[in-house]
Design a protein around this ligand. Structure first.
Ligand code: HMG
Length: 375
């Protein structure tokens, strides 16, 4: 690939509410240390009934898309939390971002791997069309259901990336990938929660990592992070493991947001950008993407000199700082409402769920079609 292509801008959004896992531990009669130390998770983002994968994708993409609309002619929306089997979620988002009519918009799916697959396909597309840009969005709601083993590994959030030639954030290299059909995690039609074999999923994650892992040292590797200590479990099989201090920097955001499925690997990259104590300019960061079912891919990104100018750090910090802690009762009520909403063809969002901080919100569902409002 002659042209340097990669991530020209990247941003992130998580809903305005979280549940502290100490509160969940108390309610479930589990030792808090199991969640906070054993799994390394502190908080999990909780979706409001006025938000969904489209509003989160909009919030993540809005700032970085401004002024770029005329160059973007491809939108790949990676999600495993889709609510429609025909219309792509990205089509809902397209007018609200002011994108061109001359723009291909597709939804892509393969558990938590789809965003990486979409990124690599977008890089190839831009390599062939260097005057064009692509928008890759990952947006997911990790909801396993009350009192399930996966309940503690929930979360919600979106990552948006603009892919361009001569990118400001990072050049993306082609990866090593491996696919094998495994029944560790899947969500059949009619079920709003996945069928999960947790232990098999951890074993498969590591087995597939071993198929694609590098045999050379890296200062930083970002891992798909369903929970923080999964990164440690993968790191320990490497011939040259990443030093603890660098691994820790890659886990900070994930540990306070939870699993955001497709966006989780890129949240780890943002965590490094936000917490690295040394300059990252010119550094190559390893990235391991895992999507249950299963695909794994290991690839490199090389950080560019201007990366700090192309990441809206203050907005990301504000989104995180503005979050409020839910009581356990609110968590139950919100997630019950989420489940109800996902099953309805007609639904009006109660105004009490709409926060003044949301720039976009879901207003209603009418005959299965969603109506969104941009403030
Ligand atoms: P579990 O079975 O209840 O937990 O659920 P556990 O008993 O294995 O304990 C977890 C850890 O806490 C263990 O550490 C315990 O020892 C430790 P380990 O031995 O593994 O190192 N522990 C404690 N530590 C300190 N103090 C204590 C204490 N008690 C226990 N008092 C499980 C865990 C992850 C299986 C469950 O939450 C689950 O099923 N989650 C969903 C599936 C998942 O996240 N899988 C990860 C790999 S698959 C993946 O990443 C793909 C995915 O993102 C989906 C996609 O691709 O779309 C999930």
């Amino acid at each position: 690939m002659a042209q340097k292509v990669g991530i020209d801008a990247i941003s992130f959004y998580t809903p305005g509410a979280f549940l502290d896992l100490a509160v969940l531990a108390k309610a479930r009669g589990v030792e808090e240390a199991k969640y906070k130390v054993g799994l390394g998770q502190d908080k999990m983002g909780i979706i409001s009934p006025s938000e969904d994968i489209v509003t989160m994708g909009l919030e993540a993409a809005y700032d970085i898309v401004q002024g770029q609309q005329s160059a973007i002619d491809l939108v790949l929306f990676a999600t495993e939390s889709g609510f429609d089997f025909s219309k792509a979620a990205g089509i809902y988002l397209h007018p609200l971002l002011g994108l061109n009519a001359q723009c291909r918009v597709l939804e892509v799916k393969q558990a938590c791997y789809a965003a990486t697959g979409a990124l690599q396909l977008a890089v190839q597309y831009v390599s062939l069309n260097p005057q064009k840009k692509a928008l890759v969005i990952s947006s997911d709601i990790a909801w396993y259901g009350f009192k399930t083993p996966g309940e503690v590994t929930q979360g919600a959030g979106a990552i948006a990336m603009i892919i361009a030639a001569n990118p400001k954030v990072a050049v993306v290299q082609p990866g090593q990938f491996y696919t094998e059909s495994i029944p560790d995690f899947y969500r059949p039609l009619g079920s709003e929660v996945p069928v999960v074999d947790g232990k098999l999923s951890i074993r498969t994650y590591r087995d597939i990592f071993k198929k694609v892992m590098p045999n050379k040292p890296y200062e930083y590797i970002c891992f798909h992070q369903p929970f923080a200590t999964m990164a440690n479990k993968a790191n320990e099989v490497l011939p040259y493991p990443v030093a603890e201090e660098f691994l820790t920097e890659s886990k900070i955001l994930g540990s306070i947001v939870g699993n955001i499925y497709n966006g989780s690997l890129f949240l780890s990259l943002l965590s490094v950008f936000m917490h690295a104590k040394k300059t990252l300019r010119g550094k190559t960061i390893g990235m391991f993407s895992y999507g249950s079912g299963s695909i794994g891919e290991f690839f490199d990104v090389t950080v560019q000199n201007d990366h700090e100018k192309a990441i809206p750090f203050s907005r990301i910090r504000q989104v995180l700082d503005d979050r409020r802690a839910l009581s356990f009762g609110e968590y139950e009520r919100w997630m019950n409402e989420f489940s109800t909403k996902e099953r309805q063809l007609n639904y009006a969002v109660d105004a009490s769920y709409i926060s003044p901080k949301q720039r976009f919100y879901l207003k209603s569902i009418e005959q299965g079609h969603r109506l969104y409002v941009k403030r």
